[in-house]
Design a protein around this ligand. Structure first.
Ligand code: DAH
Length: 344
């Protein structure tokens, strides 16, 4: 075939290929195949030296014409394809403002956090300051200073996780009483929330749980002050008609010691399965701070008296929300936890 005819074929083929290109990227690749520096049209240029001299001018013109024509053709196709691609992109990215949005599930505070916050709110409202002691304690703060020396039988009341001879995981937030009283002289009104640890594990006991300790030391503090404050606490926490009663008990760090019951909110005190027919539910331990404890902290027991109380936050949460197994509070099942969303 003569060179010029061959060029016409190339032109036809190139236009056909350009027509068939389905995207601007494919089109570009094809363009390079024909018009690139190593492309088919360029090869014709290189062949110039083999063309007989008399035919060179017309051959050269033809190659140039074909190159120009192809440049135009490819540019036109490119414009068309780019336009089509842009329209497609715009259509795809079009936001349908009437589509329902994706809902993000709101989390809820854990019932223990809710109760803890409520307790802090109640007692802060009565003027208590918050004091947080360490979770790793020494035997001295957790027991000895609280009037529970080495061989005291009361140590068996709580099974302790010892870290070594000196350190243990605190079994009670009562340790915070000592830490605060060592630093501060009366008047003292302290609330100490925190985690405590005991080697204990069943439906109502967990090896880690939360306590809230209260301590008030001042002139003329009596058990009546404790009773009045607890009545107020029960009314806010459980129900407007809740009452408390004190029963004698024993704790080494208080004298006298009491166990505090709250009238059963489920039956109003008549007796039901929750309160086992008694109308009362035990919620916390309390008492008048033992003179020895005050002395251990450098506070004069002839000048000051005080009361202390300690309650389990999980226990209060279980009573308040009717939860029958403490394990539900640590399993983190969202079906359970989702039920404690605050109303507001
Ligand atoms: N620390 C006690 C316990 O864990 C609770 C307690 C009882 C705390 C009487 C007190 C108190 O402050 O006065 O069982």
């Amino acid at each position: 075939m003569d060179d010029e005819k061959e060029l016409d074929e190339v032109l036809k083929e190139a236009i056909k290929e350009a027509e068939e290109a389905e995207s601007s990227r494919v089109l570009y690749e094809k363009k390079m195949r024909f018009l690139g520096r190593m492309g088919i049209v360029m090869n014709f240029m290189k062949r110039m030296k083999d063309v007989p001299p008399e035919k060179r001018p017309s051959f050269g013109k033809k190659v140039n014409a074909i190159r120009d024509r192809l440049e135009e053709e490819f540019a036109a196709f490119e414009e068309k394809l780019k336009k089509r691609e842009l329209e497609k992109k715009i259509a795809e990215e079009n936001v349908d403002v009437t589509m329902p949005g994706k809902r993000r599930k709101a989390g809820a505070l854990h019932p223990v956090s809710l109760v803890k916050a409520e307790l802090i709110d109640i007692f802060a409202g009565m003027g208590f300051e918050i004091f947080e002691g360490p979770e790793i304690e020494t035997d001295y703060y957790n027991f000895t200073a609280l009037n529970t020396p080495e061989d005291h039988p009361a140590r068996d009341m709580q099974d302790t996780f010892y870290l070594n001879d000196k350190f243990l995981l605190r079994t009670q937030t009562s340790a915070g009483q000592i830490r605060l009283m060592e630093k501060k002289q009366p008047p003292i009104k302290m609330l100490s929330p925190g985690r405590v640890f005991r080697s204990d594990d069943d439906a109502t006991h967990s090896p880690m749980f939360h306590q809230m300790e209260g301590l008030v030391v001042d002139d003329h503090i009596t058990l009546c002050d404790l009773k009045g404050m607890l009545d107020e606490f029960a009314r806010v926490m459980f129900s407007k008609t809740s009452k408390t009663r004190l029963r004698p008990s024993y704790f080494p760090f208080t004298e006298p010691s009491v166990e505090v019951d709250v009238s059963c909110a489920a039956c109003g005190g008549k007796g039901c399965s929750l309160c086992k027919g008694t109308g009362w539910i035990e919620v916390l331990g309390a008492g008048m701070v033992n003179r020895r404890v005050l002395e251990n902290c450098g506070i004069d027991p002839d000048k000051y008296t005080g009361f202390a109380f300690g309650m389990g936050v999980e226990r209060i949460a279980m009573l308040k929300y009717g939860i029958n197994n403490i394990k539900l509070l640590t399993e983190n099942d969202t079906r359970f936890l989702g039920q404690f969303k605050e109303e507001n």
